[in-house]
Structure formats: structure tokens, C-alpha cells
Ligand binder design. Structure first.
Ligand code: CIR
Length: 253
């Protein structure tokens, strides 16, 4: 169970966020409204939400998930792979120290975006991606091993982050799409397959038995409900325009 979440308000330079999507420019006011609703949904799932202020220096800083891995045993700030995002890890450290006085850290030349990390109990799947390098995975593996946790590396082909195409919904249920479908690493999960035309919904978020899903993906939502979960659909269109998914917008612990 999670008890807390951390979010950072979108900044007015959101439109300058990194993106490969061709969905247009995010509307700041609309993003603020969607962020408000996202926070309400986290609260509805019984999380206490720490809301950090916007920081106009960093257009992608609302995607706090990438900056840290928070586990019951330890917390690690990352070294994001994109140059413009690196300072975001330092930016979040002070807030994390309230909950985790002893923070570990990933450092150059290791790079790691926590969007590439999927937690399955004490085991972590980590994507070797355009953002996360082998040194990043090695550093993370060392830190987690010290706390009795293990890592499997997932070589990635096209997706931005591991959790762009995978979401663990607990009870061995895995939302999965695209390049991961053929990967034998995931054969032992109960797979809930996300169809290609709904691939954005593969990034959904389990919180205390409820699954947050992006609005507008009815087949995936129905499949998740079929598997026994309550769902909350959230419109995050303005974040999608800069490659952000539902999970990226919060840290949950
Ligand atoms: C980026 O490219 O870093 C941001 N525009 C989007 C980050 C999305 N984060 C995530 O998938 N964990």
C-alpha cells in the first residue's frame, strides 16, 4: 500500500518540454486543471499529497517520477539522461529528505530515469533505454542489492521509458504492449494486453487497489476492470503532448 505522493505543479514553460509526439503545444491553463484533477484522484486513493511549486527553469519538472526511486527500504535520486532534466534530481532532494533522511544518489557517468523502473515487490525491472545507461543500471543494482532487492535489465528498442509500455498492477497482473509483448521476461505475468491504438494507456497507475487510467482508452479501461480493479479515468492530454504519461506526474510511496 502507498500512503504518500509527491507532485510538482506544471510550470508556465511546459510547452518547452522535451517531446517526440506530434500532438501540438500543451495549453498551460488546461494542464493546470488536469493537474488539479490528478491530485484529487491521488487523494481519493487515500494518499497524502505533497504539492511542490512549479519551477520555470525546468519545463519537464512536473514529471517528478523520473527523478527518484522510492522503496520501503531506501530512496535514490537519479541522474536523468536528458541534459535539460539533470538538475531536477537535486531539485527534489530536499523534499524527499523529509521522508528519507538518508538518500542515495546516481551520479555521472551513470544515467537513470526512474520512468525506466518498474517495481514488482522486492524486484525491479529496469529499461536500458535512450535515457538509462548500463552504468545507471549497475549503480542502481548495487544500491538495491545492499537493501536485499534485485534487478532485471530490460533491453529496449523504441519506447521512451520502460513504463511507457508496461505497468504492474500487483497480483501478478501486468499491463503490456508493443515491443514488450515478445519479450520472454514477461511471460510469467498475467498479461493484460493493450492494443496498439491504445498504447498510451499502457502507462496506467495502480494505487491501493484502484487503477488510474488515461481518459479516452475504453478497451484498456474495460480490460483492467475485467481483471477486477476499480478505475479512475483522467484526462492528461496536455502532458501527453510532451511525452508524459500518468505515472510520470507523481512519485508514490
Ligand atoms: C521527457 O522527455 O523527459 C519528458 N518530456 C517526458 C517524461 C515522461 N516521463 C516518464 O515517462 N516517466
Amino acid at each position: 500500500m502507498f500512503t504518500h505522493a509527491i507532485v510538482r505543479r506544471p510550470c508556465s514553460r511546459l510547452r518547452d518540454g522535451l517531446t517526440s509526439a506530434e500532438l501540438g503545444t500543451p495549453d498551460y491553463d488546461k494542464a493546470i486543471g488536469q493537474h488539479d484533477t490528478y491530485i484529487e484522484a491521488l487523494q481519493q486513493c487515500d494518499l497524502r499529497v505533497m504539492i511542490l511549486p512549479a519551477d520555470d527553469r525546468f519545463p519537464d519538472s512536473t514529471f517528478v517520477e523520473d527523478t527518484a526511486l522510492l522503496t520501503p527500504a531506501c530512496a535514490i535520486t537519479t541522474n536523468p539522461g536528458a541534459e535539460t532534466r539533470k538538475p531536477e534530481a537535486e531539485l527534489i532532494r530536499g523534499s524527499l529528505q523529509i521522508f528519507y533522511p538518508q538518500l542515495e544518489q546516481i551520479e555521472e557517468p551513470a544515467t537513470l530515469d526512474a520512468g525506466d523502473i518498474m517495481m514488482v515487490g522486492n524486484h525491479f525491472y529496469v529499461g536500458l533505454s535512450g535515457r538509462t545507461n548500463q552504468a545507471g543500471i549497475d549503480s542502481l543494482t548495487g544500491i538495491l542489492a545492499f537493501h536485499g532487492m534485485t534487478v532485471t535489465t530490460v533491453k529496449m528498442r523504441d519506447m521512451l521509458h520502460l513504463k511507457t509500455g508496461l505497468s504492474y498492477l500487483e497480483n501478478n497482473n501486468l499491463l503490456i504492449c508493443g515491443e514488450f509483448l515478445q519479450n520472454p521476461l514477461f511471460d510469467s505475468f498475467n498479461q493484460i494486453v493493450v492494443p496498439p491504438d491504445e498504447s498510451y494507456a499502457a502507462n496506467s497507475v495502480w494505487i491501493n487497489g484502484t487503477v488510474l487510467v488515461p481518459a479516452g482508452y475504453p478497451k484498456t479501461r474495460a480490460a483492467i476492470e475485467q481483471a477486477g480493479y476499480e478505475t479512475i479515468a483522467l484526462d492528461v492530454s496536455e502532458f501527453q503532448k510532451i511525452d508524459g504519461g500518468l505515472s510520470c506526474i507523481s512519485l508514490r510511496f
